[in-house]
Design a protein around this ligand. Structure first.
Ligand code: NAD
Length: 357
């Protein structure tokens, strides 16, 4: 078959390294700004304040109210703070929740964004924003959402607890899995994805034993950048849909839900497109657990990841409604499915069974 693809290009400037947080002021100036509002969660407000102190007059203040799933009432309060401070750009220091708030502000005000990610969730390289209002989560894609600059500083990930390190990395791997079979995949992101799988596979067992291992932290953050770039370029499928349903409608925690679902959604789709998932099966498969889904299940289990939806607060009666919700809107997936297929997949993830492939 003749090779055919579209590569949309990369527009976000990326600064990667150790101690790169110190370059934030330079990057604000490079974008032509002189007044930045620093964003964080309440948990990371000390870090945000210390960044603001180091920026001097370039920082007009700190808004430390970012929350999971970007509630629109928090965004309204943050925008009031943004205008009151006379800010013209935002610096989002934190995980996906803080990045989400920065994106929501940028979409409504036209502000430029500098994102400094401290988890592996991977929102920073994407044009995707998920927001919640009145208990409902909606997701949209828009070029205005994509951050202008991302500063990756390995030092900032040293404090990431082992549990979040593991689940956040599995969240990132999920972007790669769905990127490998996406209808709009391209050779650049496929190469990044292959490199990222090798890097995560080598780094995560080291970090599970010693979360302060700097070289392994650097590998994992590099892999997270690759996976975020994949997420930012392609169409996601069943895995992300199920994670969205379980997070949005049942309040399940984001990274853990991705971690538990991943082996099951991977195995389900690997049955239809095994060749496209060889970058997964080659890296994660073992003689005991060959195959992309079973290999990821064994890898996650060895790292001490949560393995059962039941342990995240979902109840067995919820599985029927979750399957209904997952079928409500049509979306692309490499393998067609019925309601019963999804119900069976959720049952296996609820119980934490090892997939057969
Ligand atoms: P998070 O941002 O909610 O962070 C979880 C907690 O860990 C927070 O309290 C945070 O302050 C803390 N934390 C973050 N980094 C830390 C560090 N280095 N050391 C210690 N504590 C740290 O969690 P997340 O998993 O990064 O992001 C989840 C959110 O991101 C969800 O709302 C999800 O929908 C969104 N997301 C969006 C996209 C997208 O492209 N739009 C992609 C991935 C995730």
């Amino acid at each position: 078959m003749t090779r055919a693809f579209v590569f949309p290009g990369l527009t976000t400037r990326v600064v990667f390294g150790t101690g790169t947080l110190a370059q934030t002021g330079e990057e604000i100036g490079r974008l032509g700004h002189r007044r930045a509002l620093i964003l964080s969660t309440p948990h990371q407000q000390d870090q945000a304040r210390s960044l603001a102190d180091s920026l001097g007059p370039l920082a007009t203040g700190v808004f430390a109210g970012a929350a999971m799933h970007t509630p629109t009432d928090v965004t309204d309060t943050a925008i009031a703070a943004f205008h009151a401070a006379g800010a013209t750009c935002v610096v989002s220091l934190g995980g996906g929740s803080t990045t989400g708030l920065g994106k929501a502000i940028a979409l409504r005000t036209g502000a430029d964004q500098i994102v400094i990610p401290t988890t592996y969730a991977g929102s920073e390289m994407t044009d995707i924003l998920g927001e919640t209002a009145n208990g409902e989560k909606t997701t949209r894609r828009d070029p205005a959402i994509r951050p202008e600059v991302v500063i990756y500083d390995v030092d900032l990930t040293l404090s990431l607890p082992v549990s979040l390190t593991v689940t956040s990395a599995l969240n990132a791997i999920a972007h790669a899995v769905e990127g490998f079979y996406a209808p709009d995949r391209n050779p650049v992101i496929e190469a990044m994805g292959r490199d990222a799988m090798r890097a995560f596979h080598a780094a995560l067992p080291v970090l599970a034993a010693d979360p302060g291992d700097r070289p392994a932290r650097a590998e994992a953050l590099y892999a997270a950048w690759c996976c975020s770039t994949m997420l930012g370029q392609v169409t996601m499928a069943l895995h992300h849909k199920l994670a969205h349903v379980l997070g949005g409608s049942f309040g399940l925690p984001h990274a853990e839900t991705h971690a538990v679902l991943l082996p099951h959604t991977t195995a389900f789709n690997a049955a239809a497109v095994p060749d496209l998932l060889t970058p997964i099966s080659e890296v994660f498969g073992t003689p005991a657990n060959p195959g992309a889904g079973a290999g990821l299940w064994g890898f996650a289990d060895r790292l001490g990841a949560p393995m059962r939806l039941g342990d995240l607060g979902l109840t067995e009666p919820d599985l029927d409604r979750a399957a209904e919700l997952a079928l409500r809107n049509a979306y692309w997936n490499p393998r067609p499915f019925t309601r019963q297929d999804i119900r069976d997949l959720l049952q296996a993830a609820y119980e934490g069974r090892c997939p057969t492939n």
